[in-house]
Design a protein around this ligand. Structure first.
Ligand SMILES: Nc1ccn([C@@H]2O[C@H](COP(=O)(O)OP(=O)(O)OP(=O)(O)O)[C@@H](O)[C@H]2O)c(=O)n1
Ligand SMILES: C[C@](O)(CO)[C@H](O)COP(=O)(O)O
Length: 227
């Protein structure tokens, strides 16, 4: 079967506030490599990946140029925005070729080629697909007075990235939502616009490195993988 190729936008322009570090959390080292290098390494190994568009903070251009020089995959550095959604929109704007586009957090370095290829294949069929995993905890809605209310979790899942789309589908809705809607993931823009997005089984190891304890989890994942 012909392997579906794709281009990928990787938002990497955040400030990492919840990490509480003195720099963009993607610059922090796990073992001997920065978090963003672990992420880029995955797509460097994927023959289906045609190009990476990396949305960065322009103030970090020199650092990103220094670490992206090691890769053979074409990597375009573009200025990110004030919100993740704007960073992604700017990345989509520079893609000229039609086809499948992935959007993947730079802060998710542990995604595997198997999961990537499954979400790409799903988007080839449905036009829009995301990785997601069942929630393992009981979910509560907590009101101002801290009173909790249980939310049935049978139909709840935790969305991950990559999220995969036909380019024009996601680019059109990003342009439409730019001044109308702010979502926390790209699939939410399709949903907002009345479109449908399908779910593909993700992986619990595909964590988003967000707070300091995620660095500990990340070291454990690398150890489990013999890295
Ligand atoms: N204006 C922004 C905000 C976030 N991101 C990227 O989007 C991904 C997911 O965002 P998140 O984990 O929230 O990263 P930060 O925004 O840096 O974290 P925080 O919210 O703690 O500041 C990250 O790879 C981050 O670099 C981005 O490109 N542009
Ligand atoms: C896109 C995402 O990783 C899906 O779970 C998540 O919504 C990003 O949220 P953040 O607040 O920008 O980290």
């Amino acid at each position: 079967m012909k392997e579906q190729t794709y281009r990928i936008v990787i938002p990497a322009a955040g400030a990492g506030k919840r990490m509480g570090a003195d720099r963009n959390k993607l610059m922090l080292l796990l073992r001997n490599r920065s978090i963003i290098e672990w992420t880029l390494d995955v797509f460097e190994q994927d023959d289906q990946c045609l190009e990476i568009i990396l949305a960065i903070n322009p103030a970090e251009q020199t650092w990103f140029e220094s670490i992206t020089a090691q890769y053979e995959t074409t990597i375009q550095l573009i200025p990110g925005g004030r919100e993740r959604q704007e960073s992604v929109r700017r990345g989509l704007a520079v893609i000229t070729e039609p086809g499948i586009v992935l959007i993947h957090d730079g802060a998710r370095p542990f995604v595997t080629l198997d999961a990537i290829h499954r979400v790409v294949a799903a988007a080839e069929v449905t036009g829009a697909a995301i990785l997601a995993v069942p929630i393992k905890d009981t979910v509560k809605r907590v009101e101002q007075d801290r009173i909790v209310e249980t939310v049935p979790r049978e139909q709840l899942m935790a969305a991950q990235t990559p999220q995969a789309f036909q380019l024009e589908t996601i680019r059109t809705v990003h342009e439409k939502a730019a001044t109308e809607f702010l979502g926390t993931d790209d699939a939410s823009l399709i949903e907002w616009d009345g479109g449908t997005v399908t779910q593909v089984t993700g992986q619990y190891e595909n964590i988003k490195v967000t707070t300091p304890d995620d660095l500990v989890f990340g070291e454990a994942i690398l150890t489990k993988r013999g890295k």
